[in-house]
Write a protein that binds this ligand. Structure first.
Ligand SMILES: Nc1ncnc2c1ncn2[C@@H]1O[C@H](COP(=O)(O)OP(=O)(O)O)[C@@H](O)[C@H]1O
Ligand SMILES: [Mg+2]
Length: 249
């Protein structure tokens, strides 16, 4: 099955896009928030989705994960030839989309290991606990500890680990570095590189744009709900004017 937008794009036949967001428009009630946003990601790429506070980054991630709010009223989202735009959130999750929200949602009263086991309570099951602990040795050390008592960085690792515990294709990260010390940011970035090498495609939304750009292959910048830049991460790092205008860095 070919996505209908393929005919409008160069190289679509020779270079299939893994995740395609095409002209999506999403609303909170009457508020038009995601305004005709399009971008593509190749399999195994890391894409930084950037922009000022309120630009529509979280709303775009939520639309891709097919959460009810904002409501997707127009456009298409294809994951590996599957029409996410026709799905509910649980179906998008089963298709391989994992959203790690800004607040991480570690479940209180459960240990690290129980948080991971809960993610594996039903198929499709992803990485084994051993494989997860090899990637996150700190989580192995703390596996009997209550998840919510971990440090911020460890909770972020647990939130990412919990996504990997399911069989996923795309990891959507909403401000994973928020509130974390630079050394922890580096540690998580290293882990995200390893996750990429294992074939998982990642979209990272970050206020810490420089850290996200150093990790990412490509960048999309949003401003008031529309795409104002789509190109390589290095291009943004090199373009002071672009950064000043849309990222305030
Ligand atoms: N639940 C909501 N109801 C109404 N408006 C919202 C809601 N969440 C976000 N918005 C508005 O949508 C716009 C984009 O928000 P958001 O996607 O959270 O931006 P970002 O993640 O880039 O900071 C903002 O103007 C914000 O006020
Ligand atoms: Mg946000």
């Amino acid at each position: 099955m070919n996505a209908p937008f393929d005919k409008n794009r160069n190289n679509a036949a020779t270079s299939p896009k893994f995740l395609s967001v095409w002209e999506i428009e999403a609303y909170y009630g009457e508020s038009y928030i995601v305004q005709n946003v399009s971008f593509d990601i190749h399999e195994g790429e890391i894409l930084a989705l950037l922009g000022r506070n309120g630009a529509g980054k979280t709303s775009t991630l939520r639309a891709i994960a097919r959460l009810d709010n904002p409501e997707l009223k127009h456009g298409e989202i294809w994951l590996d030839h599957q029409p996410l735009h026709q799905m509910k959130s649980h179906q998008a999750a089963a298709a391989g989309i994992a959203l790690v929200p800004e607040d991480r949602r570690i479940i209180a009263g459960l240990t690290v290991e129980e948080n991971l086991q809960l993610a594996q309570i039903a198929p499709p099951i992803g990485w084994s606990l051993d494989r997860i602990y090899d990637l996150f040795p700190r989580l192995r050390e703390r596996r009997k500890q209550e998840g919510v008592t971990l440090s911020g960085g460890e909770q972020q690792m647990l939130a990412i680990a919990r996504a990997l515990a399911r069989d996923i294709k795309v990891l959507l990260l909403d401000e994973p570095y928020e509130g974390l010390a630079p050394v922890i940011v580096q540690e998580i970035a290293k882990t995200l590189n390893i996750i990429r090498d294992q074939g998982i495609t990642t979209v990272i939304v970050e206020q810490n744009a420089v850290a996200a750009l150093k990790l990412a292959d490509r960048a999309v910048i949003l401003d008031t709900g529309t795409v104002v830049f789509d190109g390589s991460a290095q291009q943004v790092l090199d373009d002071e004017k672009l950064r000043a205008e849309y990222l305030a860095i």
